[in-house]
Write a protein that binds this ligand. Structure first.
Ligand code: FES
Length: 102
């Protein structure tokens, strides 16, 4: 079990947007996809691009460098060249604040 850390207020992350969030050496990506909040690692598992500068679609987040798409539910890459899943994190919302378990 990790500890819960406050990442941001819910209204800082509008629908279909992403925010970078750094905590204790971890570089995280908080995403609001269709109103649901996901948190994953932010650095692409292929060649370390920053996914917060990538593109969001219904399929997930697309890496800006070589265009692999990562599913936000399970972190799995949907297409090459990435082969390794992003780490995913538990999220909760409490009093309009988004918390991440790190
Ligand atoms: S750095 Fe992300 S797919 Fe290559």
């Amino acid at each position: 079990m990790g500890k819960w850390v406050k990442a941001c207020a819910q209204n800082q992350l509008s629908t279909n947007n992403m925010l970078p969030f750094d905590i204790e050496e971890k570089k995280l990506l908080i995403t609001n996809l269709g109103g649901k909040i996901y948190v994953t690692d932010r650095i692409c598992t292929h060649a370390e691009a920053d996914l917060s500068t990538g593109f969001l679609s219904n399929e997930g987040v697309r890496c800006p460098l070589h265009l692999s798409i990562f599913n936000l539910e399970n972190g799995q890459p949907q297409n090459p060249p990435a082969e390794t899943a992003l780490k995913i994190y538990n999220v909760k919302i409490d009093q309009n604040e988004i918390y991440v378990e790190v």
